[in-house]
Design a protein around this ligand. Structure first.
Ligand code: NAD
Length: 339
């Protein structure tokens, strides 16, 4: 079966920013998927209009209804991070597959317990790390051995403007909310786990972050299991949205970007080749979200393995907590010190 040919019925939890993107993409690109519920305890007219536009059947404040409905075979979690694990466990209890936005949770013990429940229930859980899809061409070049084994991987991400205060309050801090994407990308590109992290973080963009013991600007270095190195830098307000990645190996370098310079290139001593042409910021970003949600349905319908697992979700959170501890204690922190 190709591209969600099987009829799936989904319930979407959270009627905020990210769910809006997902329901629009499902409505436009997965005609065989029925979005039966859009659920939000704070459902308002604007959210209802968003649901109607995407053809959602029922918009409701009832957070139990979809779990009790045997028609629903999967759920999408687009709610604040502290609610994710409980929703995953509820889905396990009634055998529904789950697409969960990053991060998988904000409490390491709860995440581990939830992953045990997922395993016992035997449901499929896919994590939403959309940047894997955005930079798939970079990973492909690495897999094709165009640069050799990556020795140094660099990722930087700059948001155009900080998120609203209400989001900052519940997001768990910059490392688990924003850098978590970049930790996941480093593992994805290097194809191995990160063992040690040194991080610095400051509040330079907006003093609101200080109110929540949070930061808006970070500089992180990591060491991979086999000794390779990685660098991440994040800013919550870089005046324009900008993402760059680079993997350097003994044979060359592969670079990718989204933002003002959108491309993927491979450079070796013989040649410099653009392997993915530039596209608009919105276009390339949304393409990755479309690829991601299509992959979810292909995975739950048994066409491909789950591309991003609960363990990937856990590893990224462990790295985030190691980075936070490194800032607090001003020292390198091993990831296995966490949890
Ligand atoms: N992959 C990405 O690039 C990306 C981008 C944005 C957000 N996210 C992630 O998506 C999640 C949501 O972020 P957002 O920006 O859409 O937040 P948001 O605040 O815009 O929306 C979240 C919504 O969830 C609702 N909600 C809270 N508890 C709920 C529950 N138990 N059941 C149903 N609804 C509930 C809230 O009322 C709110 O309307 C976060 O985990 C965030 O990290 C990922």
């Amino acid at each position: 079966m190709e591209n969600g040919m099987k009829k799936n019925t989904i319930a979407v939890f959270g009627a905020g920013r990210v769910s809006g993107w997902h329901i629009n993409n499902m409505a436009e690109h997965l005609p065989d998927v029925r979005i039966k519920y859009l659920i939000d305890p704070f459902m308002n007219e604007q959210m209802e209009a968003m649901g109607r536009k995407a053809g959602v059947h029922i918009m409701t404040k009832d957070t139990q209804i979809a779990f009790d409905d045997p028609d629903v075979d999967c759920i999408l979690i687009g709610t604040p991070a502290p609610t994710h694990c409980e929703l995953i466990r509820k889905a396990c209890a009634v055998q529904k597959d789950v697409f969960c936005e990053k991060p998988i949770g904000v409490d390491v013990d709860e995440i581990r317990h939830t992953l045990d429940v997922v395993e016992q229930a035997g449901i499929k859980l896919m994590m939403g790390f959309v940047r894997r899809f955005r930079f798939a061409a970079v990973r492909e070049a690495i897999e094709q051995d165009r640069i050799g084994k990556p020795q140094l991987v660099i990722v930087f991400t700059r948001d155009a403007v900080p998120p609203p205060e209400n989001y900052i309050k519940h997001c768990g801090g910059i490392f688990v909310d924003m850098t978590v994407h970049d930790f996941d990308l480093l593992r994805y590109f290097a194809g191995e786990d990160i063992v040690e992290i040194s991080a610095r973080a400051e509040c330079l963009v907006d003093p609101v972050f200080q109110k929540y013991d949070d930061y808006d600007t970070t500089a992180v270095t990591v060491r991979f299991e086999s000794g390779g190195l990685g660098i991440i830098s994040n800013s919550r307000g870089g005046s324009f949205y900008d993402q760059k990645v680079e993997a350097l190996g003994p044979k060359g370098v592969v670079r990718g970007g989204v933002g003002p310079e959108s491309y993927t290139s491979v450079i070796t001593s013989e040649a410099c080749q653009i392997i993915k042409p530039s596209s608009s910021h919105k276009g390339s970003n949304n393409d990755a979200f479309i690829d991601e949600i299509k992959a979810f349905f292909r995975a739950i319908n048994g066409e491909i393995p789950i591309p991003i697992t609960g363990r990937d979700g856990l590893e990224a959170v462990l790295m985030s907590y190691a980075a936070n501890l490194s800032v607090k204690e001003n020292r390198p922190v091993r990831v296995d010190e966490i949890g």
